[in-house]
Design a binder for this molecule. Sequence first.
Ligand code: HEM
Length: 442
Amino acid sequence: VPGPSSADMARAFRSVRRDPLTFLTEVTERFGDTVAFPVPGAPAVLLNDPAHVRQVLQTSARNWSKQTVQYAALARVTGPGLLACAEPNWIKHRRLAAPVFHRRRLEAVGEQVRDAARTVLADHTPAAHSGSVVDVSPLMHRIGLDAVGRALFSSDLTASTERLLGASSGAAEFIVRLGRSVLPTAQWAPTRTNLRLRSVRRKLDAVATDIIAARRRTAAPSTPDFHGDDLLGLLIDSELTDVEIRDELITMVIAGHETVAAALSWTLMLLAEHTEIQDRMRAELGALGSPVSMLTPREQLPITRAAIDEALRLYPPAWAISRRSLAAERVGDIELPAGTLAIISPWLLHRRGESWPEPTQFRPERFIQGVPTSGYIPFGQGPRLCIGRDFALGEMLVVIGELLSSYRLDTPAGWTRPEPETLVAVHPRGGMPLRLTPADHH
Ligand code: HEM
């Protein structure tokens, strides 16, 4: 299998760390869809052919575990919660959490998500009459966190927002540093990192412990075994230990708001750049006659849904997914031994010229007919597909609906796109300053 030499990797070392997306793009341009990295021991391969990706994540998923450095790093912050844990524990956690993400339940939490969006927007956007430039990225983080808190834990996380946002962005940095080894120039964990990591984890633990204790206290005395039908209630009433409950809670806080915040920031950027699409969306949303809900069907919002899908194609927050094979397996023409590390990058797949004409252009029309079943994996694929997918898509719809009904978005003078920064999710480096003008302002 072709791939860079050890000398190439050594030369690329700095650029890999600063900008792994460009590095990955370059290696696929040079070596094709399957690239081997020179690492001692079991091979590490980048798989960028949609058929190979489907095999690893879906049809042959049982042979490809999450026992990778990426997930080990994540687990140092979240513990072995649903996102980071490998079989056999995984299925137990998945079944437990599943009812909370069911469509019926999403209908019920839609109003809470809308309230979260309204509260944050009201508190943090300008009442100004025209054209204030606002960094929307921290706003989207607040909304993401508030929505997770209200919808999954029926908790007002806003009291802990500063603590949580601080700790979780600290956590994101660490997971990245520890997990860079998704790419095989990977390193280590020096003492300073370990110490800071411990302090981040302690902060997250403290918030989680408070939330759990508060719920236990408020349980209705007449129903001693019932703590509520949100995720927190289900977890408390399950057989999970306190530590497992805390891990699950932290997993959901991190998995559930970083990604959505990043996705929303990039989507708003693309809409600010493409005001004609924004206008079509505003018209479509206006024609509904009532505020958009988490589950408003695609047929009623073709361009709005398509714009969200297209934004997730160009800027998939989860930019890398890793797996390790349990037994030898043939993928395409290659025989991969047991222990092979497979690296899959939604970012690369979504910008692959063979799959997408004019891959770097924002063209929502490509999704009007629906989303393809292959080569488009913003939420992963197969049994470990994102459990929060419908929640996230619904939340994006509601937040974008709220924003567009109040504001027109465009880019500030002298606009250049922020660079993508690969933390746990791909965030806009330095934030996302956009111009917000009240929609009814003439
Ligand atoms: C899994 C992306 C929102 C919770 C995943 C995976 C991806 C992903 C790619 C699969 C990882 C893999 O196979 O290695 C995203 C994106 C989101 C989003 C792009 C937003 C735009 C959410 C939300 C929640 C959530 C809102 C929870 C409230 C999870 C969990 C898993 C997961 C728990 C692990 C599921 C399992 O292994 O069974 N997500 N996610 N995600 N996501 Fe999301």
